[in-house]
Design a protein around this ligand. Sequence first.
Ligand code: ATP
Length: 357
Amino acid sequence: MTHLTLQAVTRRFNAAHAVDGVDLSVPDGKLVCFLGPSGCGKTTLLRMIAGLETPSSGSIHFAGRDITRLPANQRDFGMVFQSLALFPHMTVAQNVAYPLKLRKTVKHEQARRVAELLDLIQLPHMANRPVTQLSGGQRQRVAIARAIASQPKLLLLDEPLSALDAKLREAMQVEIRLLQQRLGITTIMVTHDQREAMTMADEIVVMEKGRIAQVGKPLDIYRDPVSEFVADFIGLGNILPVTYDGALGVSLPGGRRIAVAQTARVPDSGGDIRLLIRPEDVCVKPASAEAGANRLAGTVTFIRDVGASLEATIDCAGFTLTATTTPRETPGLTLGMPVLAELPPHACKLIAARAAH
Ligand code: ATP
């Protein structure tokens, strides 16, 4: 069931469109990420859903009701923002109990619920500690517990992990995701980190300049981006300007022709097109391997070997490819080594080039 629906939602600040004609359905119980570069309108869109910002036009419905102009405090949504805004003079338990107190929940019910939530976030032993004495990750969990204390119908998270260091951030991504799945609470999270979105989301909404560029499951977007912008934003990719020859083939910079398996995204308009191949799809072979279709001669110009995986930059005269392999798959790879880079036709996607600015 779709709980939240946005229709042509637009927000202008003076003449500029921060959010421009967004249509979106958020399915019940799912975690949806708004993903995009700084300034693309993610936070403004989330704030309109929260009721902290009013759309210039368009409408927002929740559970069948028009909430476009409903004040934030009447929406019963839970929110966690970048600055967690925990109350520093209160203990962990008092922070979590705060929304229950506001709602005049009876005392023993408040205590029961707080205990349940502290168990859920695995901090029952810290109930009486001032929040100022918690680590960043612990504070994060308290903020989430507070946001879900009054059993909101929708949980809104705006870059809730941006202040944490990389390791804690990854741990919290998993923790929030597991919690969200256990509670089945419909959640929208803003992030500009594609890895975070890929890790956590059921659906990703990629935004570009106030509009939706693509909506879909993380892997679908990764494998089948609709545009150069989306391909570039979601994960590493080799994106090369090519000329389509109309017969399942393209010419690479430098003139070499390679075969592609699908041309679904070749723009009808005849605009510029790009070849996308993800680094893990580029197969690195020894230069002595048999030459063949889609095998390009090149030289290794950079190696990033982090033990579990290995990323090689290959200069192919006219363009550069990045290939991800493992040290086991390509033993003995060294700088300056001539190699063959194979681009399997099924992994070669054609996409419309980004419009020139
Ligand atoms: P970030 O990742 O940097 O937080 P964002 O994608 O969340 O960016 P928004 O904060 O929604 O982007 O901003 C979208 C655009 O709207 C930006 O160009 C921003 O400058 C503008 N904007 C946002 N809020 C206001 C405001 N109150 N007044 C004027 N312009 C605003």
